[in-house]
Unconditional design. Sequence first.
Lengths: 59, 282
Amino acid sequence: MNNEDNPEDSGVTEAEKRDRVDEILSNRFKRVNLEHPAMAALYKEAVRHWMEQEELVER
Amino acid sequence: MNGNALYDLVRETPQIATLPSVYTELSRLISLRDGNATNVARVVSMDPGLTVRLLRMVNSPFYGFTHRIDTVTHAVSVIGFEQLKQLALATTVVQMFRAMPEHLINMESYWRHSVATAICSRFLGRLLRFNNVERMFVTGLLHGVGSLVICINRPKLARRVFIRVRNSDQTLHEVERDLLGFDHADVAAALMKKWSLSPAQIEAVGYKHRPSEAPKFAKEASILHLSNIVASSLNMGSIGGHAVAPMDEEAWESLGLNPATMTSAVWEIEDQFEDLLRVFSS
């Protein structure tokens, strides 16, 4: 089982990881109109993408 | 900054102002439309490194050919002259910037963002039934080269730009415009004009931050604009700033895409990213 399946293995819970992802993305999307359906769809997919990253290090 | 000053900036960068002679000869031969695969292969073979990189690329999962392609002649027959030219351009430019000093910009991060943008540009071009999707791929791959030119020629100003980008909500091009009077898109367009790339590529890059204002190639500019936004939203590097630029909604409308396209675009990038990054890194 990897950390993605069980985030507790890395000492980071799923909720903590989600908080960090929200922080990263709210900074990145600060000036984006998330009311627009295309940008809302992209934001949703970006959350999924970042949650699947093994480490939340911005590259 | 006027156009002449931009071209001066490009000219002051002799290591990248001219494309290698093998590429220019290949481009000339293909533009004459009387080249055959054997002649093209002969020109490419003058640069063994280029030959290896081209074959590695056409044999990558990105193309998905079930059989192995061992010669440039064979590669031309399966992907076509124009596509081969675009791939040659892509690998040539990546090689030219390989020796870039990294004290200002993280080149791994830079190419990660460029490759992600390129994959998305190709995907949207294919979705919109463009004839030459490889051209869109290369446009995406090269859209940030202006940033590298600024780092080479104006390192002190580039450092100030990056510091301000890190400490503000402004996007990279907005800060560049404030501090330099032009942005990396202007520089990239000037460089691509110097390289005699296609007008569609030059305009797409030059107008990537305001695609709905592009006079002739608004669709290409809009695709690049969206691809840059999609790539910036993912953990796939940057050309100097992580902020996702506000979308030009008029450009979005003009392409007639469905919002679900954004989801598909991210999946396409994720699916092809590692393979292509390996091709360009080796």
